[in-house]
Write a protein that binds this ligand. Structure first.
Ligand SMILES: [Fe+2]
Length: 226
């Protein structure tokens, strides 16, 4: 399987003035693309060549894991942004209030954790195995799928995400990134988990590998004409 660089769900200028087209040109067209290309080169002819991205993230190590996770993380990041005003579903809003006290408290905590994350990494809104919302921070390429957490939203705090527009001003980037969150995407992720834990971004390989096996079968069916 050759992975492909995803197409952006918006024009490069759509997120201005908060994220410039120049940033997106480099971030998507150079950094994200490089992870896709490196991953394809690393898995060619090997055990992971025909595996789904989620499987590789769950089981690979070293450079293969790093590049696979960075492909997944960036896919998730772009889908989580929108030029349009969006809102949380009632269910997501209720769960945020239950977990964090209020939507404003959730914002403050999420952005504080993102500002405090040392070095490069990602901050995620996740669903735990217990069914609660939580904020998870991971360094470098590390990813919720490795920690049995279901991702709902992510923020990229690698400097390449904001250095062109904000230089070292990560806090300013974060405040403006918040204005661009696609809450419909977040709400849809939550709804997909509850409707079918094997769909969409909720594909987490469990200990017995049942989910990854299921994904393998589904993808094989898609490739096989009936
Ligand atoms: Fe990035």
């Amino acid at each position: 399987m050759k992975f492909e660089l995803m197409s952006l769900p918006f024009e490069k200028t759509a997120l201005e003035p908060y994220i410039s087209s120049e940033t997106i040109t480099y971030h998507h067209g150079k950094h994200h693309a490089a992870y896709v290309n490196k991953l394809n080169a690393l898995i060619e002819g090997g055990d992971y060549a025909d595996k789904p991205l989620e499987y590789i993230i769950k089981y690979a190590g070293g450079a293969i894991f790093n590049n696979a996770a960075q492909v997944y993380n960036h896919d998730f990041y772009w889908h989580g942004l929108s030029k349009n005003a969006t809102s949380c579903s009632v269910e997501l809003s209720d769960m945020i209030i239950k977990a964090f006290g209020s939507e404003d408290d959730f914002k403050k905590l999420f952005l504080a954790k993102a500002a405090a994350l040392f070095g490069s990494g990602w901050v995620w809104l996740v669903l735990t195995k217990e069914g609660d919302l939580s904020i998870a921070e991971f360094s470098n390429a590390d990813n919720p799928l490795r920690h049995e957490l279901v991702p709902l939203l992510t923020c990229d705090v690698w400097e390449h995400a904001y250095y062109i527009d904000y230089r070292n001003g990560r806090a300013d980037y974060l405040e403006n990134w918040w204005k661009l969150i696609n809450w419909q995407f977040v709400s849809d992720n939550l709804a997909a988990i509850e409707n079918d834990p094997l769909t969409g971004y909720a594909q987490v390989c469990n200990e017995d590998n049942e989910v990854c096996d299921y994904v393998d079968v589904m993808q094989e069916n898609e490739r096989t004409p009936s």
